[in-house]
Structure formats: structure tokens, C-alpha cells
Design a protein around this ligand. Structure first.
Ligand SMILES: Nc1ncnc2c1ncn2[C@@H]1O[C@H](COP(=O)(O)OP(=O)(O)O)[C@@H](O)[C@H]1O
Ligand SMILES: CC(=O)N[C@@H](CCC(=O)OP(=O)(O)O)C(=O)O
Length: 295
């Protein structure tokens, strides 16, 4: 190791230690988006970050997405898919594929990556331990031309309405790191597909998390000129959704940030999961990356 390397490492450690102490015994919910996955090296770095948080006495909870992976599987199976208001219209066949991809392959891949770092990850979805119950999403969109609001019928898309923290509290006191897929049952017996951002927000809100991080494939929320917005108030975020600057999958993400803050989550950040060790850099350095949403 060169002198420069060891100096940089020492500087990083000196900076990181106070943050580690501040987060001790606190819950950090990390939403790992489907767009941030796919590169093996980045995947291993992500798993190492999560393992290190647990080893530092922090309580990390991973909620993952998998939108692009679901899309690929639907295509292979010859099933069409479309989004409305940033959410996948989900019929009966689609929800089966969603559950298979999210709670099956992707969930276990992340569990295996964290376990390979010497930790004990456990793969779950909203069904396990009665953790989350959903109901059919009741989403409205406003047509920008006519300004008329209409209710979307998204099929088996759900929104979390009940979160029971029993299992997560138990795991927080154990060696286990929960890795959770955003699928949950309804009291009506159906299985619902829940946007992973929305799901992460509900979990973070129910646990009163210290931090909620959204790992995506862009540096954060970008303005009309594609420049990163470092800090965004709730009112500014709402205005950017209304004027179309924030669109597509960024809509549920930012809406979730707003709700999480309103439910008492102390800090919410949208950041680029394609940056190596994004989680550690965000949590343990003075100038975190990404967009911080504040009340
Ligand atoms: N104002 C904006 N700033 C940043 N990204 C935006 C904005 N508006 C729309 N997006 C889109 O949102 C995407 C992130 O949301 P999404 O695709 O759902 O990511 P993930 O799978 O990580 O949850 C970005 O890749 C970008 O294409
Ligand atoms: C209702 C809805 O849209 N559900 C999402 C669930 C996965 C997800 O949110 O994945 P990302 O975080 O990678 O976007 C979907 O079907 O794609």
C-alpha cells in the first residue's frame, strides 16, 4: 500500500468513526433498485457495505426491487407489460411472475451475496411473519392538458396498509439481516405487487428508521437541465412532479420520500447505486452523495 493510499484510508476512517457511533443500534433501510443491480463487482461491494453496517452495530434492512428483471422474464414468457403513473399494470399472470422473480431469484441472489461476506442474511417478503398486508392500490393521475383527475385500475398492484414489526424487531436483535421482496398478501387472499420504493417507505415508517436510502441508476433527482439537485424540500419535490420534471419511476420514489418524512423517518436520500460503496459513502462521510429530501 502506498503512503497516499494509507493516508486516504486513515482520513476515511477518522471521518467514518463518529458516524458509525451515531448510527449504533439505529435502523437504516436501504432500497436496492433493479437498475442498480446487474454488475457483479457492484453487487459484491453493496453486500460488503451491508455486512459492514451490521458488523458496526447498525441495523440494516434491505428492500429490493427488480423492475428490469421482471420485464425480461415477462418478455421471455411472451407476456406484455405496461406502466401507468410509474407502476406496472399487474394482471393475474403478471403477479405470479412478479412473485417468482422478486421473492424467488433476486431475493436469494442478494441473500447469497451478503452471506458470502460472512453475514447471515435471511430472504423474506411481506407474507413472512405477517409482516405486511396490502390492499388494491387506489392511484389517481391528473391529465396535464385537461387537468382532469382519473383513478387508475392497476389490477393486483397493492399499497401497504398494515405493517407488523414483530419479525423485524426480532431480527434486529439477532445476527440476521432481513432482505425483503415487495410482495404482500391482501386480507382478500390475493397476492399484491407493490412498488419497491413504496414498500421500503412503509417499512422505514413503521420502524421509525434513522435513514432511508434509495439506490438507483441516476445521481439523484435531476432538474430540467439534468443537473443534480442536492437538497429538495417536500414542497419543491411536489412542484417538480406537477410540472413533469420528475417522471416515470422517479415519481413513486419521491412520493415515498415525502410520505416517509411525514411519518417521522429522519433522513431520506436518493443516490446512485452504480457508484462503488455508495451506501458507506452516503452514511459515513460528511458530504453524502445524492439528493437529500428534507421537510
Ligand atoms: N427528475 C428526474 N431525476 C432523475 N431521474 C428521473 C427524473 N425523472 C425521471 N427519472 C427516471 O427515473 C429513473 C429511476 O427510477 P426507476 O427506474 O424506478 O429506478 P429503480 O429501478 O432504481 O427504482 C431514472 O433512471 C430516470 O430515468
Ligand atoms: C407495482 C410495481 O410497479 N411494482 C414493481 C416492483 C418491483 C420494483 O419496484 O422494482 P424497481 O425498484 O427495480 O423499480 C414492478 O412490477 O416493477
Amino acid at each position: 500500500m502506498s503512503m497516499d493510499d494509507s493516508e486516504n484510508q486513515a482520513r476515511f476512517l477518522a471521518q467514518a468513526l463518529p458516524f458509525m457511533q451515531a448510527y449504533e443500534n439505529k435502523t437504516v433501510v436501504v432500497k436496492y433498485g433493479g437498475h442498480a443491480m446487474g454488475n457483479p463487482e457492484l453487487g459484491r461491494a453493496f453486500a460488503r457495505d451491508i455486512a459492514l453496517l451490521k458488523q458496526s452495530g447498525i441495523n440494516p434492512i434491505v428492500i429490493h426491487g427488480g423492475g428490469p428483471q421482471i420485464a425480461r422474464m415477462l418478455e421471455r414468457m411472451g407476456l406484455e407489460s405496461r406502466f401507468e403513473g410509474g407502476l406496472r399494470v399487474t394482471d393475474e399472470k403478471t403477479v405470479e411472475v412478479v412473485e417468482m422473480v422478486l421473492a424467488g431469484s433476486i431475493n436469494k441472489e442478494i441473500v447469497a451475496l451478503i452471506n458470502a461476506e460472512g453475514e447471515w442474511a435471511i430472504g423474506l417478503c411481506g407474507k413472512d411473519g405477517n409482516m405486511v398486508f396490502a390492499q388494491k392500490a387506489n392511484k389517481t393521475v391528473r391529465d396535464p392538458d385537461s387537468n382532469i383527475e382519473r383513478v387508475l385500475d392497476l389490477g393486483f398492484v397493492g399499497e401497504p396498509v398494515e405493517v407488523d414489526r414483530t419479525l423485524l424487531d426480532l431480527l434486529a436483535r439477532s445476527e440476521m439481516i432481513p432482505v425483503i421482496a415487495p410482495v404482500a398478501p391482501g386480507r382478500d387472499g390475493h397476492t399484491y405487487n407493490i412498488n419497491a420504493d413504496t414498500f421500503a417507505g412503509a417499512i422505514a415508517g413503521a420502524l421509525g428508521a434513522e435513514r432511508l436510502l434509495f439506490l438507483t441508476d441516476v445521481p439523484g433527482v435531476l432538474d430540467k437541465d439534468k443537473q443534480l439537485i442536492k437538497e429538495l424540500s417536500v414542497a419543491q419535490a411536489r412542484a417538480l412532479i406537477a410540472d413533469g420534471t420528475i417522471s416515470g419511476g422517479m415519481i413513486p420514489k419521491v412520493e415515498t420520500c415525502i410520505e416517509a418524512i411525514e411519518r417521522g423517518v429522519r433522513g431520506v436520500v436518493i443516490l446512485n447505486g452504480k457508484v462503488m460503496h455508495a451506501v458507506l459513502l452516503e452514511l459515513l462521510t460528511e458530504h453524502g452523495a445524492g439528493t437529500l429530501i428534507v421537510p
